[in-house]
Design a protein around this ligand. Structure first.
Ligand code: THU
Length: 150
């Protein structure tokens, strides 16, 4: 009994600490300050949580050629993907204003690609809202659709 308790404590020690929604939102709030948004002046921060507890942050990065600008959510998710992760469990997004904004359509599609389940929508201070990706993007187009026809 004693030995198995020690063994499971060891496994716990090797595992990453669980990341709470509050901690994920805090990471996104921190990232928002690093946004490069000289054109819109609309700063967005994001944080992506992988199933094994790794957190990747992002902020929007704009360009003088406006269409090249990149949303904070995709920066965070692509950071996770480039580090080798193929699943992202949750994404936190922080936008300015009295109420949090929901992610743009392109970001929702990228979230679907990496199997995001939950999105936390927050403002720089205060509480946040929880939304399922199923709610934000019902009937998503996925890799499964590619195998359905020629
Ligand atoms: N933006 C995001 O970072 N995430 C979204 O979901 C919507 C919009 C950024 C893109 C651009 O830099 C600025 O906000 C204004 O659209």
């Amino acid at each position: 009994m004693k030995r198995s308790r020690r063994a499971s404590a060891g496994r716990r020690a090797r595992r990453r600490a669980a990341v709470s929604p509050e901690a994920l939102v805090a990471a996104a709030r921190g990232a928002r300050g690093r946004a490069y948004a000289p054109y819109s002046l609309y700063q967005v921060g994001a944080a992506a949580l992988t199933p094994d507890g790794a957190v990747f942050v992002g902020a929007n990065v704009e360009n003088a050629s406006y269409g090249l600008s990149m949303c904070a959510e995709r920066v965070a998710i692509f950071q996770a993907a480039a580090a080798g992760h193929r699943k992202v469990r949750a994404v936190a997004v922080v936008t300015a204003g009295p109420a949090p904004a929901a992610p743009c359509g392109a970001c929702r599609q990228v979230m679907a690609e990496f199997s995001v389940e939950v999105v936390y929508l927050a403002t720089p201070h205060g509480t946040f809202r929880r939304r399922s990706l199923r709610h934000l993007l019902p009937e998503a187009f996925t890799a499964a659709d590619l195998t359905k026809g020629t």
